[in-house]
Design a protein around this ligand. Structure first.
Ligand SMILES: Cc1cc2nc3c(=O)[nH]c(=O)nc-3n(C[C@H](O)[C@H](O)[C@H](O)COP(=O)(O)OP(=O)(O)OC[C@H]3O[C@@H](n4cnc5c(N)ncnc54)[C@H](O)[C@@H]3O)c2cc1C
Length: 636
């Protein structure tokens, strides 16, 4: 049985008590410890900067050429916090409640409550760093609404919240680099994790410029390596985002939790061509003022502005009068798919719905709408050539975020002692569906506040022998990494890494995407092993291993995506219920909503790697709900 190490006691006091019970490391002793942080997005940069500031010796790794390029920079809409500046009924408990309900009761109460509590500190921390959050005329921090809630708790910096938060974290990180407590390793990709005597003691990386394989030893390894939505090939994530770090750790024994819990975001620019390699998000914040609709008639090809009001179906407002256009993402996405499947979709392939600002412009004025969302409208125009101030945007759901990830306990430690996981890379606090603006909150909570308490406790309470890279375990793992690269380069087949990735992505979108069925998942599970076999027989790579080689980088990542995809389908098949973004067609309420099966599936699945082609072993972490009562989610 998995032990999440949730403190016993009233939930409001759990984190305080836990922090008090945790052991500290004397300031003079901190510099004796080495901590590896892989990833310098929001979660990683925040952790590396804070642990460095505490006095530990931190080595931070990123495959990017600067921390500022981490995918966190793309976050547009905002970050949640229960500050209740609006006095609109918000509270820590309400944020906790909304998050557990939004995740369709598949997350851990203790973690979510802590997240809601820490949300208050995050805003103060970022303001102190100089993050330019939007302010009201009087100078107070402004907030707006996001899906699945009825209060305005989302702090934002226009449509560039992630960028501004990342600049804050980056400055904190660079301060520690300058102080000598953090060493930054850019363009270094983790390709494996080294375990010594059952504890994580280091990593093996490839220098992406020279191709050199390097070993690094430490007392603790933190993975803050982001999500795996690119398993779908087309997603809103940066194209380099991948699952390699967490997948290789999984192959070394780290349990992978809820791999099938993925989020398909409802407001993305629709796919426009077969040759597209990336999708673009239009922030959920747009649903504050934009109204979603499709024509009432099927196959209506009239331009949107020619369709009279009484021939439009504002289907979200009609079906969910309480939450309207601000229903959670899983609900909005499924409804968009449904109206498109009925033949009422708009745009070239009928795979789109309108997001219309005409009412908002009429009500608030063009200037206000431009001020709030101007850069998003600009992005839209640059990609589609359409002016969304004049014609409605066209949007369609796309893969966006992964709630699954490596299993961690309350301390954010995986089942491998010394291996901590934070941000989108862990299985996080979002259950089966993440509410908008909660990922930034979680990544920063993990990085600025949780790990800086739990990592020192681990160090203070663990007696382990000094280990450096001369330990035989490093040579062994390094050999495995080199052999794998040589094997990839030696195949000399006909298909590019991209062509495998594209085929995998289509399989996943069709069978493990917005809706999932037993029949479809079985088809995917039959095809994925064939694809894997063909990959290792027929891959074509150009260039060599000891140089900058992007096709080799890609191949390495695709090989991991193929294995992860199989686990996602196994998990989706095993979870014979619908919950949040995991919609099994066999399990629906009479009006087509996700129907949970609490009696049989109130648990987080944590899968153990048993070898290539071998069925993984399922471990279950039971979920108990003491503070939020299990109920059928309703946003009507
Ligand atoms: C378009 C878009 C908009 C979004 N908008 C919002 C929003 O408004 N609000 C919100 O709350 N959330 C939003 N999200 C989600 C949020 O941005 C992410 O969940 C979050 O930023 C992830 O942060 P992270 O630090 O965990 O990972 P990332 O920012 O992805 O950072 C990962 C880091 O790990 C490094 N890395 C990865 N693998 C390796 C490896 N093998 N070796 C070495 N380094 C490695 C990378 O170089 C990078 O530094 C959005 C997501 C997208 C796609």
């Amino acid at each position: 049985m998995l032990d999440a190490k949730i403190p016993a006691g009233p939930i409001e006091q759990d984190w305080d008590k836990c922090r008090f019970d945790m052991k500290l490391v004397n300031p003079a002793n901190r510099r004796k410890y080495n901590i590896i942080v892989v990833g310098s997005g929001l979660a990683g940069a925040a952790a590396a900067a804070t642990l460095g500031q505490q006095g530990y010796h931190v080595q931070c790794f990123s495959y990017h050429d600067t921390p500022r390029r981490a995918h966190s920079i793309a976050a547009q809409g905002g970050i949640n916090a229960a500050k209740n500046y609006r006095n609109d009924g918000d509270s820590v408990f309400r944020l906790f409640y909304d998050t557990v309900k939004g995740g369709d009761f598949r997350s851990r109460e203790g973690n979510v409550y802590r997240l809601a509590q820490i949300s208050l500190n995050i805003i103060d921390q970022c303001v102190a760093q100089g993050v330019p959050f939007a302010r009201e005329y009087g100078g107070l921090l402004d907030t707006r609404s996001f899906g699945g809630v009825q209060v305005q708790r989302t702090f934002y910096a226009r449509g560039q919240t992630g960028q501004q938060l990342l600049l804050g974290a980056y400055q904190a990180l660079e301060e520690q680099v300058a102080a000598g407590s953090v060493t930054m390793h850019i363009r270094s990709e983790l390709l494996d994790v080294v375990i010594v005597d059952g504890r994580a003691r280091g990593i093996v990386t490839r220098d992406l410029v020279t191709g050199r394989i390097n070993c690094h030893a430490a007392d603790v390894v933190v993975l803050a390596t982001g999500g795996y939505s690119n398993v779908f090939y087309l997603s809103t994530n940066a194209m380099a985002c991948n699952c390699t770090a967490i997948w290789r750790a999984h192959r070394r024994g780290a349990l992978f939790a809820n791999p099938c819990f993925t989020q398909i975001h409802p407001t993305c620019i629709p796919v426009s061509s077969e040759h597209q390699s990336k999708l673009t998000l239009m922030s959920e914040s747009l649903r504050n003022d934009g109204r979603v609709w499709v024509p009432k008639k099927k196959d209506d090809t009239r331009p949107p502005n020619d369709i009279p009001e009484n021939e439009r179906d504002y289907y979200l407002e009609r079906r969910y009068p309480s939450f309207g256009n601000l229903v959670p993402r899983d609900v909005a996405s499924r409804n968009a798919k449904e109206v498109c499947d009925e033949g009422r979709g708009v745009g070239p392939n009928g795979q789109g719905v309108y997001l219309d600002f005409a009412d908002a412009i009429h009500r608030l004025g063009l200037h206000t709408v431009r001020e709030k969302y101007g850069n998003l409208f600009d992005i839209y125009e640059r990609i589609t050539g359409e002016d969304a101030y004049k014609v409605p945007m066209r949007i369609y759901p796309a893969p966006h975020y992964t709630m699954g990830g490596l299993w961690v306990d309350y301390h954010l430690m995986s089942n491998i002692p010394g291996l901590f996981v934070s941000g989108e890379a862990n299985f996080s606090d979002h259950g089966a569906n993440r509410l908008g603006a909660s990922a930034l909150m979680q990544g920063l909570a993990d990085g600025y506040f949780v790990l800086p308490a739990t990592v020192p406790d681990y160090l203070a309470t663990t007696k382990s022998d000094p280990v450096d890279t001369s330990h035989p375990a490093f040579a062994e793992v390094q050999n495995d990494v080199v052999e794998r690269i040589e094997k990839l380069l030696a195949i000399k087949g006909d298909r590019s890494p991209d062509s495998f990735h594209k085929e995998l992505g289509k399989l996943m979108w069709d069978y493990c995407g917005m809706t999932r069925s037993e029949e479809g998942l079985r088809k995917a599970l039959a095809r994925i092993p064939e694809l894997r076999e063909e990959f290792w027989r027929n891959l074509r790579l150009v260039g060599g291993g000891e140089e900058l080689n992007q096709s080799l980088e890609k191949a390495n990542r695709v090989s991991d995506f193929i294995e992860l995809a199989e686990l996602m389908c196994i998990d989706a098949l095993d979870r014979n219920e619908s919950c949040g973004g995991h919609f099994r067609v066999e399990s629906q309420t009479p009006d087509g909503e996700a129907k949970r099966d609490d009696a049989n599936f109130s648990f987080s699945s944590a899968w153990e790697w048993k070898g290539l082609g071998q069925p993984p072993a399922l471990h279950k972490e039971p979920l108990t709900f003491e503070y939020v009562h299990l109920a059928q989610r309703s946003y009507k």
